[in-house]
Design a protein around this ligand. Structure first.
Ligand SMILES: Cc1ncc(COP(=O)(O)O)c(C=O)c1O
Length: 367
């Protein structure tokens, strides 16, 4: 049996007629950028998250950069984020000219360790940028307490966690601004790039709306240094077809994760926990093994190709050479990067495929 690691085409196939109808309508109407579908999607996502305003932008990466800009974070400021994630949050700090500060992660949840964050706070720290990695919240309780104590802003990176909750509240509604990605492989994926900021602060929402179109409120009058970061109508139309299915898809992800957890129990691997108070949406199910590379090779031989995220923590990336980081600076992130192995997980994965993956992992540890 072959088990593709990702399979976005399966989702498209299931919704093919509806998607084609929605895209054709946009083509026929001829309004392609920031039109009525973007406005409707912004409200729908804000409602789903539990925030007042949604601001569609052209990627999750831009959502983060615009969020920091909207909070007036720039040169002279420090922002603390995680070295174990996709690079976008770190890039956004760099792009606004602030100082990028990493804090190490918790070895079980792979999200920011609040004790490590506390150690990195200085008088220049302006914001925390936690990533709700793999589908569940970072340690928001202690992080919010730190933010309150030191008057810090919180920008939530929710790229991998749309629909997830912490203590009954939607991720993205808890900090000052929540940032989402609609990259095709995300839990809610467009058929191209897309992203969104959500906030309940009206002034921030207004500023974000200006920043995404060259700093204008009135056409050809530029009050801020802005960006071209608009969400287009075709992607919004596609996302509006998919959004009603998100809860069901996330529930199916949960079933697959539970099947993996039951099937792999008792093996000499560490399985991903759900932190108390979290409703997890299982963007990724990743185990830890000291024999990761051998296990990955054996899975591939049994029709289960996998992709490691993330093989290199951010502080050791070449693009940050010269900033002074070295191996050993963030030992937990480095150790997780060496041992982590994500398994295939998407709503269209069948029980038989899930069981095949479980069988392949089990057979590795029998051999
Ligand atoms: C944690 C995280 N943050 C930000 C992003 C950036 O989103 P985008 O690819 O839409 O720019 C991604 C993924 O792509 C991500 O996984």
């Amino acid at each position: 049996m072959q088990v593709p690691f990702l399979n976005p085409a399966a989702q498209t196939a299931a919704l093919r007629e509806e998607l084609l109808r929605a895209v054709t309508e946009v083509l026929d109407q001829g309004h392609f950028v920031l039109g009525p579908r973007v406005a409707a999607l912004e409200q729908e996502i804000a409602d789903q998250v539990g925030a007042r305003f949604g601001i569609g932008v052209n990627s999750g990466s831009d959502a983060l950069t615009l969020a920091l800009r909207a909070l007036d974070i720039g040169p002279g400021d420090e922002v603390i984020t995680t070295p174990f994630t996709y690079i976008a949050p770190a890039e956004s700090v760099h792009q606004v000219g602030a100082k990028l500060v990493f804090a190490d992660i918790d070895p079980r949840t792979f999200t920011l360790d609040p004790a490590e964050v506390a150690r990195r706070i200085t008088p220049r720290t302006r914001a925390l940028l936690p990533v709700h990695l793999f589908g569940q919240a970072a340690a928001l309780g202690p992080l919010r307490a730190l933010a309150a104590r030191h008057s810090l802003r919180i920008v939530e990176d929710c790229a991998q966690s749309i629909g997830a909750q912490w203590e009954g509240r939607g991720l993205g509604s808890i900090g000052d601004i929540g940032c989402f990605s609609f990259y095709p492989t995300k839990n809610l994926g467009a058929d191209g790039d897309g992203g969104m900021c959500v906030t309940s602060d009206e002034a921030l929402a207004k500023k974000l709306r200006m920043l995404r179109v060259h700093g204008i409120e009135r056409r050809y009058f530029h009050d801020l240094h802005g960006y071209n970061s608009r969400l287009d109508e075709i992607q919004a139309a596609i996302l509006r077809v998919k959004l009603p299915h998100l809860a069901r898809w996330n529930a199916r992800r949960g079933e697959i994760a539970a099947r993996y957890a039951a099937g792999l129990a008792g093996l000499p691997v560490e399985l991903p926990p759900v932190s108390p108070g979290n409703a997890h949406v299982w963007h990724v199910f990743a185990l830890l093994s000291d024999r990761r590379d051998e296990l990955q090779a054996q899975l591939a031989a049994q029709g289960v190709p996998t992709l490691i995220y993330y093989p290199q923590p951010l502080h050791l990336q070449r693009c940050y050479e010269g900033l002074g980081w070295k191996p050993g600076d963030y030992p937990v992130a480095e150790s997780v990067a060496r041992r982590i192995l994500p398994l295939p997980l998407y709503p269209e994965l069948t029980d038989a495929q899930t069981d095949h993956v479980v069988g392949a992992v089990r057979s590795f540890f029998r051999s």
